[in-house]
Design a protein around this ligand. Structure first.
Ligand SMILES: Cc1ncc(COP(=O)(O)O)c(C=O)c1O
Length: 444
């Protein structure tokens, strides 16, 4: 067993020291049955337990084992999810104020990073898969066209896989970006487990973030940022800009133990899960696309997503999310045969609700009026979305999940955007922020 961080925490706990340091539970007491077991290893930076943002043990070994496994120069543990990894990764890959090529279907954290770093986005639109009512992969030739037209772009950011499990050809895209002298940052938040299904992730990208907590047996918010060709000290420094100075040790220890469990055989559970997903795809109308789809993501096609999701929950089955025409199930090594049998049995009772929904149009590309930064920090006021035609958004309008914005700060909320939001069932009475009003939302 090689779990350097977890071992260091246990060895400190075993010493039964008198703890006059943080956290306030002193290793003795966390109210609530089931939580108390965590207290002993929930420590702080001490001799022996190391510092996440500095060189030294046990982090060098614990992170080094992950880096070696995935074939990267360095792995940085993160306690703020892929959200923190996106901010850190983009700060490392892009010069503040520079022009960047951004997958339009990126998570909202990317759009926040654009504003904080004052980046100038050029958007990469995705193909629209009419047959599935879904966005498809990013095509390498589309990346090439944009880079040809914008030779000043030196940073590219792409999400792979998407929430629905759609994979892009990252190896090909990465060769192309490098040939243009750029850096590629990949948001692989949903794909940590792919490596354990034999999809190597060492695609020669500059940085890759994965949310360990989404698909691996690791604690909520734990994530991993992998980097190549970067000064490690700089990676740690940037991570510390976006992370807490008191990162959670149990969370980080769970990254350590998850890796060990996976390499000791846990990974075979993903192969088993992927076989059951393949059977579900055969049995029910679903998104299926051989090589470019995460084998563990089951995306069921339904006529009315919210209604279908409600029926599932009534029977005790909670999927990851639903939109108007799909229900997304995250499947992992922890879903055993009985779990899949139960899901299948319930789905058999709901077949009437399955099939193609009313066709969804591809998302529009709104007109940009202000830069993401100027819009995010501009004076703004709240307004009901259905009264916003012609207004300039000061916030992201993003159905969550998947958290992919339809309108981002600085873009105009036009007729077509409102029609699209209505069509996908967005709550048109919800309030959004638009440009105008008091600075920093001080007005009523
Ligand atoms: C594509 C994508 N990237 C990043 C994130 C943020 O990840 P986290 O929740 O680990 O911060 C999400 C969250 O759902 C996501 O879907």
């Amino acid at each position: 067993m090689s779990t350097p961080l977890y071992d260091a925490l246990n060895s400190y706990a075993a010493k039964k020291t008198l703890r006059f340091h943080m956290p306030g539970h002193k290793g003795k007491f966390l109210p609530g049955p089931g939580l108390e077991a965590l207290a002993a290893v929930d420590v702080t930076e001490l001799p022996g337990t190391g510092n996440l943002y500095e060189a030294g043990e046990p982090f060098d070994s614990a992170q080094g084992l992950w880096a070696e496994l995935f074939g990267f120069d360095h792995c940085q543990f993160l306690t703020g999810g892929s959200t923190m990894g996106i901010h850190t990764g983009l700060a490392l890959c892009a010069q503040p104020g520079s022009k960047v090529l951004i997958d339009r279907a990126c998570h909202r954290a990317v759009f926040h990073a654009l504003a904080l770093l004052d980046l100038e986005p050029v958007y990469l639109e995705r193909t629209w898969r009419k047959e599935d009512n879904l966005i498809g992969p990013i095509l390498p030739e589309d990346v090439k066209k944009k880079l040809d037209r914008n030779p000043d772009i030196k940073t590219v950011c792409i999400t792979s896989p998407t929430y629905a499990g759609m994979l892009s050809d990252i190896r090909e895209i990465s060769h192309m970006v490098h040939a243009y002298g750029g850096k590629l940052f990949v948001d692989g938040a949903h794909g940590a487990h792919l490596f354990f299904l034999g999809n190597r992730l060492d695609w020669d990208v500059d940085a890759l973030v994965v949310s360990a907590h989404k698909t691996l047996p690791a604690m909520g918010q734990s994530a991993l940022l992998f980097t190549n060709w970067m000064e490690v000290d700089r990676v740690r420094q940037m991570a510390s800009v976006y992370g807490s100075s008191s990162p959670s040790y149990p969370m980080m220890a769970s990254l350590d133990t998850a890796r060990q469990w996976l390499v000791e055989g846990g990974r075979f559970g993903y192969v088993r899960a992927s076989k059951r997903v393949a059977q579900l795809r055969e049995r029910f109308p679903s998104v299926r696309d051989g090589d470019s789809l995460d084998p563990c993501r089951f995306v069921l096609k339904v006529k009315d997503g919210p209604a279908f999701g409600g029926q599932l929950r009534e029977q005790g089955i909670f999927p990851e999310m639903e939109d108007s025409g799909h229900v997304v199930f995250i499947c992992t090594a922890q879903d055993n045969e009985e779990d899949f049998d139960r899901l299948e049995a319930v789905l058999e009772t709901l077949e009437d609700g399955m099939g193609d929904c009313i066709p969804i149009p591809p998302p529009p590309l709104p007109k940009r009026v202000l830069s993401p930064r100027n819009a995010l920090f501009a004076a703004s006021r709240r307004r009901s979305l259905d009264q916003c035609e012609g207004e300039i958004s000061a916030c992201q309008i993003a159905p969550y999940p998947p958290g992919v914005p339809v309108v981002v700060p600085g873009e105009q909320i036009g007729k077509k955007e409102l029609a699209y939001l209505r069509e996908i069932g967005y709550n048109m009475q919800s309030e959004v922020r638009v440009i105008g009003g008091e600075p920093n939302g001080m007005g009523k």
